[in-house]
Design a protein around this ligand. Structure first.
Ligand code: DQA
Length: 137
């Protein structure tokens, strides 16, 4: 089984970025643990702060992987193009958010990608990525 994790802008700063909201663990540390828990699954990780690079990665992974976990970060709330890309690919995508976006600012309640995804995991911290991965299992 092949799973792609795609993280959007500022998620490369996890560990130091607003730890009260996003926690103190770096994504690299979390990913190491996750891969250790699922040694038989190929888990490929991609992060970019650039919207077009996220689109390219969705298109690259979107026809050959078994599942994609996408945390589009702020682009969730702005990007029609990411929603279109998810609709265009055949691999199912789960939208993941570390924080509970429904409990934050008003603008975070709008997602251009939710309706194109199989489902959404939000507010469960980094654990949300693991739960989303288990769905694909
Ligand atoms: C986020 C929530 C977004 O609103 C925000 O812009 C992020 C991270 C989350 O994982 O909680 O950068 O996607």
């Amino acid at each position: 089984m092949k799973i792609a994790i795609i993280n959007g802008p500022n998620l490369n700063l996890l560990g130091t970025r607003e730890p009260g909201i996003y926690g103190r663990q770096t994504f690299e540390d979390f990913l190491k643990d996750l891969k250790g828990k699922f040694p038989d699954i190929q888990i490929d990780y991609f992060q970019s702060n650039v919207e077009g690079e996220l689109l390219n990665e969705l298109q690259r992974a979107g026809f050959s992987y078994d599942g994609i976990l996408l945390n589009a970060a702020a682009y969730t709330h702005t990007s029609v193009a990411l929603g279109d890309a998810i609709a265009a690919i055949s691999t199912p995508v789960i939208e993941v958010h570390i924080s509970n976006v429904a409990a934050r600012e008003e603008f975070r309640k709008l997602s251009y990608i939710s309706a194109k995804c199989v489902g959404t995991v939000t507010g469960l911290g980094l654990k949300g990525y693991e739960l989303a991965l288990r769905y694909f299992l």
